[in-house]
Ligand binder design. Structure first.
Ligand SMILES: CCCCCCCCCCCCC/C=C/[C@@H](O)[C@H](CO)NC(=O)CCCCCCCCCCCCCCC
Ligand SMILES: Nc1ncnc2c1ncn2[C@@H]1O[C@H](COP(=O)(O)OP(=O)(O)OP(=O)(O)O)[C@@H](O)[C@H]1O
Ligand SMILES: [Ca+2]
Length: 533
């Protein structure tokens, strides 16, 4: 027998009887109120009490309500709620109450709807951008078939824009969009489309605050509008790393229930000129080359990354340059931790709230670290970058909102060793536990490729390495000698940067998503506490 009641409901309560339990009860049905309990549910949650017949034990469960509606001319009420399925997927489930009294039925519907409307964190008006060309080009269909019907049921009004060209969404957000009319912005597409939304919103917010995005030292204003991602791209790592799955229905439900997940954003400058923001991967060398090569193969869809990945793995280029960084101090957590950033993360809670104090400290503290060398890859992961290709991500212990980025340096090594490193992204082994890989949790870093270094710096390199005798060889490799130097580009969240010498700074919690971080099974809000009746 299942009983359902609203513990703190002003309209009283009821028991829900499961169909088939008793002869003549074909539908879910409610009866009189059971004894009150001392527990109270979170907002928007419904309490289901389940009595196990043999043990006479009550099991209780909080459910996150989605919507309520009458069915069959007032004789039934359908209550929809979030049901958690395997692998972090959410689905919309419903129970139907029957009641012969139409007036009582209406009062239940009214009371539940009122309670839902009182949850102010839920969005009512959304601005939606659909990239029809992302991933497998299914963005429009996915939105119309899977997402729009849910938004309609939740009484969310939408303004939908199907983009007509790259940067359409970014430019619309920067100047034209009437942002006051909305409670959030949703992008239907991949990481590149999300990046457009981020750029548009951050830019607009800084302009509204009269801040200069070209200054790398500016303390930026956080964006107030939350961003939702309906995954329809090729990697979708931001959705995967904040929700735990790339599933449009799950993401739509996180938007409907009004989740909020702050996220760090890196600003990237070149000579005091703003270039881009990065939220996931900023990668030079291997990932830069994979992206450059894969852009020419866009027609292949998501599989282009595997082709280009294999090609660049076989090409096996290495790059020389200097990385200087400011290590994150006064924070808890390291990139080698076993713990992961999950919903309600205590590391983010500890490190996140005081980013400005830390930034001030670093501005007056110039004793950063410097590493010169030959690298296969230089990656900065501001979050784990988990995605279906690598479910634990590039930096499995990175945090979404701790104000730091993990700087991963993969030094020149053999193809075999690099393959070992890459393979470890896909299994349980530690990809950092190799003598040619190092990882640092940082708040700021700079990179200067060797071909951009001044001649005096280059000479200093040679002196340091005690290799003056090979100066002639180095000189032939220098651009001034007319030879093409081997250099890469930066992959910035799937976009290629126009400069290679860059200055990167983390801005703690600059944006917010309609997400809650990946849930551990034990932190599900559904409680199943047995208690005797
Ligand atoms: C042997 C298997 C090794 C598999 C190693 C997989 C590591 C994958 C790590 C993926 C990290 C993605 C980070 C997210 C970046 C996004 O902001 C960006 C925009 O969406 N996506 C990419 O740049 C897209 C980047 C996609 C990179 C794909 C790299 C594929 C490497 C394949 C190497 C094959 C070697 C085979 C030798 C026999
Ligand atoms: N209408 C459009 N026509 C062409 N390009 C567009 C359009 N709208 C957006 N874009 C661009 O398409 C690029 C790729 O889009 P998106 O990120 O959605 O898919 P993806 O690259 O396949 O996936 P991922 O970024 O997850 O790897 C983005 O950089 C975006 O600027
Ligand atoms: Ca971070």
């Amino acid at each position: 027998v299942f009983h359902l009641r609203e513990p703190s409901a002003p309209w009283g309560g009821g028991w829900l009887w499961r169909p088939g339990c008793f002869p003549g009860v074909p539908e879910w049905r409610w009866g009189s109120l059971p004894p009150p309990s001392h527990h109270s549910p979170p907002p928007g949650a419904l309490w289901i009490c389940c009595r196990v017949e043999r043990t006479n034990i009550l099991k209780r469960k909080f459910l996150t309500l989605l919507f309520v509606k009458t069915k069959w001319r007032l004789c039934c009420v359908s209550v929809s709620y979030v049901e958690r399925c395997q692998q972090h997927r959410w689905r919309c489930a419903a129970v139907t109450f029957t009641c012969p009294d139409g007036g009582l039925c209406q009062s239940w519907v009214g009371a539940i709807a009122e309670q839902l409307a009182a949850i102010t964190s839920r969005p009512r008006r959304l601005l939606i951008y659909i990239n029809p060309y992302g991933g497998k080009r299914q963005g429009g269909r996915v939105y119309e078939q899977k997402v729009a019907p849910l938004f309609a049921q939740a009484a969310i009004s939408t303004h939908v824009i199907v983009t007509e060209h790259a940067n359409h969404a970014r430019d619309h957000l920067r100047t034209d969009a009437e942002l006051k009319k909305y409670d959030g912005v949703v992008c239907v597409g991949g990481d590149g489309m999300f990046s457009e939304i981020v750029h548009g919103l951050i830019w607009r917010t800084q302009m509204d605050s009269s801040l200069d995005p070209n200054s790398p030292d500016e303390t930026l204003t956080s964006c107030s509008l939350r961003i939702g991602i309906i995954p329809a791209g090729s990697t979708d790592c931001i959705c995967f790393a904040t929700v735990g799955t790339n599933d449009p229905v799950t993401s739509a439900l996180h938007i409907i229930v009004g989740d909020s997940q702050p996220m760090d954003v890196c600003s990237i400058h070149h000579n005091n000129t703003f270039l881009r923001y990065s939220v996931s991967l900023l990668g030079y060398g291997f990932y830069g080359d994979v992206l450059t090569d894969s852009e020419r193969k866009r027609w292949m869809g998501p599989v282009r990354y595997d082709f280009s990945g294999l090609k660049m793995f076989l090409t096996h280029h290495y790059y020389e340059g200097t990385v200087s960084y400011l290590p994150a101090r006064g924070v808890v957590g390291t990139p080698r931790d076993a713990a992961r950033c999950r919903s309600g993360c205590v590391v983010c809670q500890h490190n996140g709230p005081k980013p400005s104090e830390r930034a001030e400290k670093y501005e007056t503290d110039d004793c950063g670290e410097t590493i010169r060398g030959k690298f296969l890859a230089i990656n900065a992961a501001s979050m784990s970058c988990a995605c279906p290709r690598s479910p634990k991500g590039l930096s499995p212990a990175a945090h979404l909102a701790d104000g730091t980025t993990d700087l991963i340096l993969v030094r020149k090594c053999s193809r075999f060793d690099f393959l070992r490193h890459l393979l470890r992204h896909t299994n349980k082994e530690d990809q950092f536990d190799l003598n040619f890989v190092e990882v640092h949790r940082v708040v700021r870093f700079r990179f200067m490729p060797r071909h951009c270094q001044s001649d005096s710096d280059l000479e200093l390199d040679l002196l340091e390495n005690g290799k003056r005798q090979i100066f002639g060889q180095i000189c032939r490799d220098h651009p001034a000698c007319g030879c093409a130097p081997a250099y890469s580009s930066w992959n910035c969240d799937g976009e290629i940067l126009t400069h290679t010498a860059i200055d990167v700074r983390v801005h703690c919690r600059l944006i917010k998503l309609f997400a809650r971080g990946i849930e551990e099974p034990q932190v599900f809000e559904d409680l199943t506490n047995p208690c005797a009746i």
